[in-house]
Design a protein around this ligand. Structure first.
Ligand SMILES: Nc1nc2c(ncn2[C@@H]2O[C@H](COP(=O)(O)OP(=O)(O)OP(=O)(O)O)[C@@H](O)[C@H]2O)c(=O)[nH]1
Length: 310
């Protein structure tokens, strides 16, 4: 955190607030967050449930600063890990000044949305409805969906956006900047995320891993940053471990002659250099760790509470 003197003080007309983005898996929360922040802070893949812990993006515009919380997609939990993700999501919503429900407009009111509406009914904070993926559907269908959802819950505002094309995103941002409460900023103006560099780097590798081997390995593969070193010449050396639960998965991640892990590493390194704007040396190891889904330490590393109920 910066010295307090670097930040505007309360009473100087500043506003600051936390906005939680909640929604069913794949609704487009991460895409929206990236579009709002204008850079890649949260990983986006076509697979559901890639967001595991709360990732924040910070937008500062005019007098306002919004800290966005990207919550894991809320869905019916079956495994212990699922339950931890759902709890983290609801905690995020409860901590926020404003809760934005992101709905995949193309899918409409699914059982997941029903469950979300019920859960949000118990959250006292102001809510805003965000109908996403409008590039995929007809206006008439959109209006019907908006009416149906507004009939179920009190939303202060409804926005129709495409997180992908950026359409409507600035309107949502402008509204939210006015809606958050007066208060001092939490972050310096140029800070986009409070994620540590190490976590950002691990998230990028995790995205490349899932994009590459999504059909072959399940979600219980994880990437952890082991070491993050800033070299004298300003370049970064990043050591990471991909943990899988089975030897067969390790073979898949490595690929024949190590080809798969090599391309995952090359893609991650390229993107990390773009994000950090310095040369990056990336070292990735693949290790087998059975039953990590039942190990409390792994949950702490992902910023999740360990749910004791199995
Ligand atoms: N056509 C279209 N696709 C979108 C839009 N927004 C997101 N997508 C796609 O929807 C998929 C899911 O997007 P994510 O941003 O990862 O969704 P999420 O809600 O963060 O998903 P979880 O991490 O599972 O919670 C990706 O393939 C996106 O490219 C949109 O406005 N239009």
């Amino acid at each position: 955190m910066p010295e307090a003197a670097e930040l505007p003080v309360a009473g100087e007309n500043t506003r600051c607030g936390f906005v939680a983005l909640v929604g069913a898996p794949n609704a487009g929360k991460s895409t929206l967050l990236n579009s709002l922040v204008g850079t890649k802070v949260s990983i986006v893949t076509h697979k559901a449930q890639t967001t595991r812990s709360m990732i924040r993006g910070v937008v500062t515009e005019g007098d306002g600063q919004i800290v966005f919380i990207d919550t894991p997609g809320i869905f019916a939990p079956k495994r212990r890990l699922d339950r931890a993700m759902v709890e983290a999501a609801w905690t995020g919503a409860g901590d926020a000044d404003l809760v934005a429900l992101i709905v995949d407009a193309e899918r409409g009111v699914t059982p997941e949305i029903e469950a979300l509406l019920e859960g949000l009914g118990n959250v006292p904070h102001p809510k805003v409805l965000v109908l996403n993926k409008v590039d995929l559907i007809k206006p008439e269908k959109l209006l019907k969906l908006s009416e149906a959802l507004n009939g179920r819950l009190r939303f202060e505002q409804t926005f129709m956006i495409s997180a992908l094309t950026g359409s409507g995103v600035q309107d949502l941002l402008n509204w939210a900047l006015k809606r958050i409460p007066p208060g001092p900023w939490h972050f310096p103006e140029d800070q986009l995320t409070d994620l540590t560099l190490q976590i950002t780097a691990a998230e990028v590798t995790r995205e490349k891993l899932f994009l590459r081997v999504h059909d072959e390995i399940p979600y219980n593969a994880t990437v952890e940053g082991e070491k993050f070193t800033i070299n004298k010449d300003g370049s970064y050396r990043i050591d990471q471990v991909i943990y899988v639960t089975r030897d067969t998965h390790k073979k898949i991640v490595l690929g024949a002659g190590g080809q798969t892990i090599k391309s995952i590493g090359a893609e991650a390194r390229k993107e990390l250099m773009e994000i950090f704007e310095v040369p990056v040396h990336l070292f990735i190891f693949v290790k087998v760790r059975e039953k990590w889904g039942d190990d409390p330490e792994r949950y702490r590393e992902m910023g999740l509470e360990y749910p004791h109920q199995k």
